[in-house]
Write a protein of this length. Sequence first.
Length: 495
Amino acid sequence: MSTQTYLGLDIGTSAVKGVLVDTHQLCLATASSAYSVTHPRAGWAEQDPELWWQAVEEVVAQLMQQAGAAMAKVAGIGLSGQMHGLVVQNQHGEVIRPAILWNDSRASQQCQQLKELLPSLATITSVEPMPAFWAAKLLWLKAHEPETLANAHHFLLPKDYVRWRMSGERITDMCDAAGTQLLDQARRAWSPEILAVCGVAERQLPHLAEGSTALAILKPNIAARWDIENQVPIAAGAGDVAAGAIGLGAINEGDAFFTLGTSSQLFIATSGYRPAPEHALHAFAHALPERWFQMAAMLNGASVLAWAAKLMGVSIDEALTAAKEQQGSASSLLFLPYLNGERTPHNNPDARGVLFGLHPSSGVGEVTQAVLEGVGFSLREARDVIEQAGTPITRLTVIGGGSRSDYWLQLLADILERPIARCEDSESGPAFGAARLARLAFTQENPEVVCQTPRIEKVFQPKLGNHRHSHNFECYKRLYRALAPEFAIASKLDN
């Protein structure tokens, strides 16, 4: 067993990330390959699934180059990926339109239609209808692309499309299935009532499996191309958030973390199914059997910082350096980070980004500080919503590309008023979690043994009593409430 390795692949929104992990859970190699999102119209977000497969091939090539002989000893593969993306295949397995992604808001009108057609939908799926989910997207296709729906033989999520390319099997895990809004969460099975409303048959959907099980095998020709010697099982895996939880060991009641990637999520593991749709919380099946989680899902995260830096003509590092020169003082500007609309707590796909309070001396540092605070205030609202729903949060771990910045993490600790821990290899969270699921699928070990918390690199203690942050947070909430009616008008003008 000492020579075996496990491959984890995360099919993200902006890149595929891969890790090769040994039996001591040490990362032997890491790699990534980036791609872009297309926006054909305001509020739309699409990708060609072929980009994911090309990126997977590139990542594996990089891992082969770095790891050498260790690649040949891969005993299992795990997959993670961006949730909610809808891939449509015809009877020949051909993709017949670009994938509609998680941050696509075109199906907002269909959400009201779903409420009218099936009032119990939120009870079954734990969350009110949202345009990100398959249920609304399928109704949109029915209304606007009936020919696509008529030719659709299979629907897949992003990571599961990659699995199909690897194995020829159409399988998904419970967590990713939960994000389609077609799953009966309590039963961990496709909901006949919702499928009937959406006009799809169960045979068009992937087979359901727990994340730590393997029902697919890597094709021999691909194994040979990747220099893998063994017949390799592919674990069902998990949506990126649940995979990140597996990587952090957040599998037991009360384990909490947040992601700071393209989007942001605040996650807390639960031992039972606890829906709270009235708070716009998601209560989804976890990647392990008989476990669930509550999650506040925000559509905007570290990508907002990247957007702001590009807009100002500076690098992200230059923007952060300019913010640090503010000497930790709260910005006099307010920033609503809703470039892609928002889910928790507003469930408002029409929400927009707003920079408020500009003056002639506003510069890169102050604008960047406002952007960092805006994402922090969004996370603070998420923290408040989860605690109002009855689950206290005492400490948080962080993963994602934004976790690199000590300055931002200290600012977030101050705003959230909670300690924030950063683990080693925090940027590889979902891919590392996928590798752990691959190991569980191969060895059938106890998850408590494998899914332990990685070594803590640094803890950011909150500096309590910063009344300026508290004041700005209240102003932030008032600004959203004041502008919310205008966002709907702006959305109609966009379309």
